[in-house]
Design a protein around this ligand. Structure first.
Ligand code: SF4
Ligand code: SF4
Length: 87
């Protein structure tokens, strides 16, 4: 699928209760599946070679996927991080 050059596509999934949000930068994701493998709650799934959020309600904001992604393509945002950024 063609994407306009220079456009960074962000897939954001957020539950109604706003416990956690997950952003996946589809332009940076190379489809290595590491995030899917390390997630202990099967929140993520591969779809057409790109990581997608399948079950956000099960996410505990453990940050494993974000920390293990070699391409910085996935960001987990929890209320704690929004008010107190981790350096
Ligand atoms: S670990 Fe990163 S690059 Fe690999 S599939 Fe997940 S989001 Fe994409
Ligand atoms: S933060 Fe933890 S529970 Fe949530 S998607 Fe990433 S690895 Fe899975």
């Amino acid at each position: 699928m063609h994407k306009a050059s220079g456009v960074v596509e962000i897939m954001r999934a957020s539950p109604v209760n706003k416990i956690v949000e997950i952003e996946i930068n589809e332009k940076w994701c190379k489809g290595c599946e590491i995030c899917v493998d390390v997630c202990p709650h099967d929140v993520l799934v591969m779809e057409n070679g790109i990581a997608k959020v399948k079950d956000l309600e099960s996410c505990t904001a453990c940050n494993r996927c974000e920390l293990q992604c070699p391409d910085f393509a996935i960001v987990v945002i929890s209320p704690k991080q929004e008010t107190q950024p981790v350096s």
